[in-house]
Design a binder for this molecule. Structure first.
Ligand SMILES: *[C@@H]1O[C@H](CO)[C@@H](O)[C@H](O)[C@H]1NC(C)=O
Length: 280
């Protein structure tokens, strides 16, 4: 059934309805986490997770952040799909509900991971994402050379260059959404993560070493010499580390525990034991 024209209205109404569902994930006790973990395995701290069913309403998370012009980024999240029949949009960065700037999604049945950037498609790589299993996914971009990479469970899965997008500047001031494609309201309800996510973090640095980058980012990295984006890829592997928000400070645009987020359509936020400890 085509709901063209109706959908934006429905969404607007929803936005008003769930105004009281607006949630701020925050974790004032995060700093104590490490100590608890080692001393008291039966009293593990919990990590926040968001669950989406996509039943009834479009469900997604929308971050309340002023996005600057972007040339470099890395984002990571844990995702466990309950049903991979449809696309699972991991990240949608767009303007005015129309202009698609960054889209990263899992194809139906987990067969591919895709990046679309400024209307180009730097990669569509094959994958074997299966239902009901946690995976840690990271994607990095650097405009300097048009370099992209995709990491699966801490390992480089694939990388390459998109010459057409060298030196591209991704416009500031867009909408940053996780769980839904935020530009296709008039196309129906097929898209959307059905399942759980945790540990979504986005830093304004790539995971790639290059001399200039390294010098510039050095202060963000403290004592390490790794690009900030690579730190996120590595530290994000531990789903319980600082409750899924391993990095903070300058260069972090979205932190899983500290950035204000609006929860749309009845998606739920819960606290859970660190699931990756069970997995390994
Ligand atoms: C997954 O979703 C599809 C489409 O909505 C549905 O037909 C199918 O039964 C679902 N599978 C499971 C295991 O729930």
């Amino acid at each position: 059934m085509k709901l063209t024209g109706l959908k934006p209205l429905i969404l607007l109404a929803l936005a008003l309805l769930i105004e009281d569902a607006k949630a701020i994930i925050s974790s004032p006790s995060a700093a104590n986490w490490g100590g608890d973990f080692f001393q008291s395995p039966t009293n593990w701290p919990t990590v926040p997770k968001a669950s989406f069913t996509q039943k009834g309403y479009i469900q997604f998370l929308k971050y309340v952040v002023d996005v600057p012009e972007i040339t470099d980024y890395t984002f990571c999240l844990w995702v466990k799909s309950h049903n991979l029949t449809y696309n699972h949009p991991l990240l949608s960065y767009s303007k005015h509900d129309k202009e698609r700037l960054i889209r990263v999604w899992i194809s139906p049945h987990g067969t591919h991971i895709n990046l679309e950037l400024m209307g180009k498609t730097p990669f569509t790589v094959s994958s074997k994402i299966v239902e009901n299993q946690w995976n840690h996914l990271c994607q990095s971009w650097s405009s300097h050379m048009g370099t992209w990479a995709f990491y699966l469970n801490g390992k480089l899965h694939s990388s390459g260059h998109q010459a057409l997008l060298r030196n591209v500047r991704i416009p500031a001031g867009g909408d940053l959404v996780v769980g839904q494609e935020y530009t296709d309201f008039d196309k129906g309800l097929d898209d959307g993560i059905e399942g759980d996510i945790s540990g979504f973090n986005l830093v304004l640095s790539s995971a790639f070493s290059r001399r200039n980058d390294l010098l510039q980012r050095h202060t963000w990295e403290g004592s390490t010499h790794k690009p900030f984006g690579m730190l996120l890829v590595e530290l994000g592997q531990d789903c319980g580390l600082l409750r899924g928000a391993p990095l903070s400070g300058k260069g972090v645009l979205v932190s899983w525990t500290k950035t204000e987020v609006r929860v749309f359509g009845g998606a739920t936020l819960k606290m859970t034991v660190p699931f990756c400890a069970q997995k390994r």
